[in-house]
Design a protein around this ligand. Structure first.
Ligand code: ZN
Ligand code: ZN
Length: 352
């Protein structure tokens, strides 16, 4: 944990900041281990301090490492410890994690300090996964793979999307916790990339998209598989093979030094060539870690260059309005020479 704070302090120097007020709870967790729901860190170039309120006193003692710890009486921003940032002229704040209300409280307390929006400092650190973090994500994915295998036995005519989504939630909660509300989209609903599950009953010939992931000791998995109930309709069967081919092409390009937008292009150009490009309307993938969506991005506008330790999803999808859709999503870790796929669920075309 100490080394993470140390890396942040180095970054502060490079960004010409005297310190950073860390407001995002996930960032706080990453830096000092705290998992409660109210907290704040003030990290300067040579010190790191953690603050919370009375309710989390015991949790703070148990979890917080690598910095000094203190309980404040009132709101953390109302009571902001001005002495911590004495002499600092430029102080970073995480504007995406700070409400306007708290920003105003800070400004009132720190009249002579310039508050500089510095959103991505901790995100940049979180991007590169340590081996222990990769191990937790691998475990999260193992739980997901096992659940998916069992889920296939439940795919039967008459079962509703809601039944399946509930099964996913229950099973994840038994072993870990869901990382997000699962997507179970059947038939024409599968044409919506982020469909919400409904009471629709499965019918023979349906395509069904499952997008699911869990959190293991904080770290997320994220996987999508598309299966068929009974025989796959010819059009969707063809789409399935093209989406899989696009994914395989993208996976084959992943290694350090490759731009995120080129990985995206590998899948996109293939789908363009087979006439399906216009039905692939989202980015190819995203980083995963303590949150389901983090750095880096694999999309046409991405400026990120892949590095060892990045964990990203590769999830091309083709969505045909009225008919259904196919998405296949794996999660991989970038290694020194390429990538290692953390997802084990088979990708052959399932006709259940
Ligand atoms: Zn997903
Ligand atoms: Zn995803």
């Amino acid at each position: 944990m100490v080394s993470r704070i140390g890396r942040l302090q180095k970054l502060l120097g490079r960004e010409n900041l005297g310190g950073l007020v860390v407001s995002g709870l996930t960032n706080i967790r990453y830096l000092c281990g705290y998992t409660g729901s109210n907290g704040m860190m003030v990290v300067t170039r040579n010190r790191a301090r953690f603050y919370t309120d009375f309710r989390y006193q015991e949790q703070m003692k148990k979890e917080v490492r690598g910095c000094t710890r203190q309980v404040l009486k009132r709101d953390l921003y109302h009571d902001f410890p001005v002495k911590d940032v004495r002499g600092i002229r430029r102080l970073g704040v995480e504007s995406t994690n700070l409400t306007l209300h708290r920003f105003r409280l800070l400004r009132r307390r720190l009249k002579r300090v310039r508050l500089v929006p510095s959103n991505d400092l901790v995100l940049r650190l979180r991007r590169t996964k340590e081996p222990a973090e990769v191990a937790l994500m691998k475990k999260a994915q193992q739980v997901t793979d096992r659940l998916f295998r069992r889920l296939l036995d439940l795919v039967k005519p008459g079962v509703t999307e809601r039944d399946l989504a509930l099964e996913i939630e229950i099973e994840f909660r038994r072993q870990a916790e869901p990382a997000f509300v699962p997507i179970v989209a059947s038939g024409p609903n599968a044409a919506q990339p982020h469909a919400r599950y409904s009471d629709r009953r499965l019918r023979p010939g349906d395509v069904i998209t499952f997008d699911l992931g869990c959190r293991w000791h904080g770290y997320c998995s994220d996987m999508t598989r598309t299966v068929f109930l009974g025989k796959a309709p010819a059009r969707l069967r063809a789409v399935y093979h093209h989406v899989l081919a696009a994914q395989e092409r993208a996976l084959a390009t992943i290694r350090p030094g490759v731009a995120g937008k080129w990985v995206d292009a590998a899948a996109r150009e293939y789908l363009d060539r087979v006439g399906l490009g216009k039905f692939f309307g989202h980015g190819l993938g995203h980083g995963v870690g303590l949150e389901v969506h983090e750095l880096p991005n694999l999309s046409p506008n991405s400026k990120d260059i892949l590095e060892p330790g990045d964990v990203v999803t590769v999830e091309p999808g083709v969505y045909l309005p009225g008919l259904g859709g196919v998405r296949i999503e794996d999660m991989v870790v970038v290694t020194k020479t390429g990538c290692a796929n953390l997802t084990r669920s088979p990708k052959r075309l399932w006709e259940l």
